[in-house]
Design a protein around this ligand. Structure first.
Ligand SMILES: *Cc1c(COP(=O)(O)O)cnc(C)c1O
Length: 385
């Protein structure tokens, strides 16, 4: 059976299972050994070498989903991204990175790169020309995030990889928001794909993990650094992640369908002034999203009308949780100006388009009618207060 031919749900269910040869159980056994035979074995296994049976086999599922030769699982999304960056950047090298980026990645770059003598430039936008303008002689890696947080801009993946290839620069992408169910960046020439598996891969808001998928050669380079940095994931969590990933395709497709329904509904709502969702025809990069994504994802943002306070709105919600993280089966909302972008000044927030009225919505699997009713009752509460 060729893995390339399998559908996404079949990969989710079957690829990378650890076979239970002893008892023939239906699911992967959990191998908790931190100590394995050392003499006369081909593979010297150890949890921090990222090669226990559960780590090794779940990596195959992630590689198959991304259409990559190889993958590795990490203790968090930040472990994945930091180990990946540090494997390809050393003293004197330069990173070009998209300006709209997950906050933790921004902090990692700003706080840690100076200690390693690694240079970086944040782009002024998300178009290929913005990336080109930021490239230097010593640029070794370009890192992008699409759809971006929280305004759901879409970066042209093929444009960026073509630009990078003409200059011999590697590319990486944070594919967390789309997940491989909705976007396969390797098809567009990206060298490395990373994930916060805390989000859609886990999907139940109870796991913290990360992953990188790429060619065998690139993954070997990452492994050589990762075994020193040590950000591996415990086998109990690896096992839970495998269990979660069996429904990744089902969950993300249901969430994506819900997000489209909610985006269309919010777009017509008299008390919502703006909706940011790449699935809407009014989105500036709708056509691009259609060309490079299988689905538009389950993250959207919207602006409440000026007379509604975004803090009070979230307090008034009964079903939708106000929560920092995203991508769980339950719907959650946050105000970027109170959370991820709270440290910026009002001026700086304005400059990047984050208003006090903006709400980021991670759409779950609930029935769309119940989500709509919850939003409406919260708005009613505010209007009647
Ligand atoms: C959450 C997140 C990360 C970081 O992942 P952790 O698992 O929290 O370390 C990176 N990128 C994106 C887009 C995220 O949403």
């Amino acid at each position: 059976m060729s893995k390339d031919k399998l559908g996404v749900n079949t990969i989710c269910t079957h690829v990378g299972e650890v076979k239970d040869e002893q008892f023939k159980g239906a699911v992967s056994p959990m191998y908790l050994s931190s100590s394995y035979e050392f003499l006369d074995v081909d593979v010297k296994r150890y949890p921090r070498y990222f090669n226990t049976p559960n780590q090794e086999y779940l990596s195959k599922k992630i590689a198959a989903l991304e259409g990559a030769e190889s993958a590795m699982i990490f203790g968090s999304g930040m472990a994945a991204i930091s180990h990946m960056f540090l494997a390809f950047l050393q003293k004197g090298d330069h990173l070009v990175v998209q300006n709209t980026l997950y906050g933790g990645t921004v902090n990692f770059i700003k706080e840690e790169f100076p200690k390693y003598g690694i240079e970086y430039t944040f782009t002024n936008g998300y178009k290929a020309r913005d990336f080109e303008a930021a490239i230097q002689e010593n640029t070794k890696l370009i890192h992008i995030e699409t759809p971006s947080n929280p305004l759901l801009t879409i970066t042209d993946i093929r444009d960026i990889t073509q630009l990078a290839k003409t200059k011999g620069i590697l590319t990486s992408i944070d594919n967390t928001f789309a997940s491989p169910v909705n976007q396969k960046p390797i098809d567009f020439g990206v060298d490395m794909v990373m994930h916060s598996a805390t989000k859609y891969f886990g999907g139940h808001s109870d796991i913290c993990a990360g992953a990188v998928a790429s060619s065998k050669e690139n993954m070997e380079r990452i492994w050589n650094v990762s075994k020193n940095l040590g950000g591996s994931l415990s086998d109990m969590t690896v096992w839970m992640l495998e269990r979660s990933m069996k429904t990744l395709g089902l969950r993300v497709k249901a969430q994506t369908k819900n997000a489209m329904k909610l985006a269309k509904w919010l777009n017509k709502h008299p008390k919502i002034s703006k909706v940011y969702y790449p699935g809407l025809k009014s989105h500036p990069e709708h056509k691009l999203a259609k060309a490079q994504m299988q689905g538009y994802g389950a993250m959207l943002s919207f602006e409440l009308s000026e007379d509604l306070d975004s803090y009070k709105f979230q307090k008034a919600l009964k079903l939708i949780k106000s929560s920092m993280s995203l991508a769980g089966v339950e719907s959650t909302m946050i105000s970027p100006h109170l959370t991820s972008h709270a440290l910026l000044t009002e001026e700086e927030r304005k400059a990047v388009g984050i208003s006090d009225q903006l709400i980021r919505f991670s759409v779950g699997i609930e029935n769309a009618k119940d989500l709509k009713a919850d939003i409406n009752q919260a708005i009613e509460q505010l209007l009647n207060a």
